[in-house]
Design a protein around this ligand. Structure first.
Ligand code: SAM
Length: 274
């Protein structure tokens, strides 16, 4: 029997996101330090990738489950947990739009840093997050912000000009970076408006490579950029896309060392008190 491909899963299993995640570790660790995680807390990291936030949470002695739609990233997370000797962190495959395998109110903290924002059907995502969080618990989301001048929003903006138009009814993941949309989704999931708060925060990408070589990593390993290059190649514009991205990375690079890249990117940090 042919099982139809899930394009959301295929996008993130493409390439190797661990190559990009490797440049996000310091900010992941620093963010987790600010979340008030205590020993024995039950933490769900949704759209966890290979554990940029799940593993630091486990280092703080929380009991951590990472859930991600991409099987290669789940395997990478379990490998990293084993290498670090962390027996209190495990990773499994799952879809943020339907967490049927997880019981109601089973987590003290549900974290999703640039993870569940990429799932389709955002109302289902909000509803599922609320369902699995215990009363008195918290949800924390990190979401890129549309039209923000910093790195990721700009990569996605540039890439969209080279990617085929999305199917009708597609809701952009970037709408999770708009406070009004986030509020509407959590209110619909049963959360009063005053329980949802927002701050702007920063994640820094640190690569030992020069900006142009770091762009190549996105081109070779980051699903959304790989798709954009596929589109650009079809229309003979791959060099234009490469040049636009190189100019962006060069312009945003804050590293004092020409042979390395350090780029801060602004995101919307959402906290929901359940
Ligand atoms: C930009 S990566 C971020 C990964 C990780 N949170 C980090 O900060 O390194 C987005 C992640 O969301 C996952 N993802 C996308 N759609 C998903 C869905 N429907 N359910 C669960 N995970 C999903 C992807 O597989 C990918 O690992």
């Amino acid at each position: 029997m042919n099982i139809p491909m899930n394009p959301n899963k295929a996008l993130w299993e493409r390439g190797d996101f661990t190559r990009i995640a490797a440049t996000m570790r310091e900010s992941g660790e620093a963010l987790v330090q600010r979340l008030g995680i205590r020993q024995g807390m039950k933490v769900l990291d949704l759209g966890c990738g290979d554990g940029t936030t799940a593993l630091p949470a486990a280092k703080l002695c929380a009991d951590v489950l990472g859930v991600d739609i991409a099987s290669n990233l789940v395997a990478a997370g379990n490998r990293r947990a084993k290498e670090m000797g962390l027996t209190n962190c495990r990773f499994q495959e799952g879809d943020a739009t339907n967490l049927h395998e997880l019981a109601d109110q089973s987590f003290d903290l549900v974290v999703s840093i640039f993870g569940a924002m990429f799932a389709p059907r955002p109302h289902d995502v909000a509803k599922e997050k609320v369902r699995v969080t215990r009363r008195g618990g918290r949800i924390v989301m990190g979401n890129w912000i549309p039209n923000d001048p910093t790195l990721v929003a700009q990569i996605l903006r540039i890439s969209s000009a080279y990617t085929p138009a999305p199917p009708e009814g597609f809701i952009s993941p970037m709408t999770w970076g708009l406070e009004s949309h986030v509020l509407e989704r959590f209110i619909r999931a049963g959360i009063p408006k005053e329980k949802v708060s927002f701050i702007r925060d920063t994640f820094t990408f640190n690569s030992p490579k020069a900006p142009a070589a770091f762009v190549d990593d996105f081109r070779r390993y980051y699903g959304p950029t790989m798709n954009a290059f596929d589109g650009a190649e079809k229309s003979g514009r791959a060099n234009d896309l490469q040049n636009e991205l190189e100019a962006l990375f060069e312009q945003q690079n804050k590293s004092p060392n020409n042979h390395a890249t350090s780029i801060p990117a602004t995101f919307l940090r959402v906290t929901v008190e359940i």
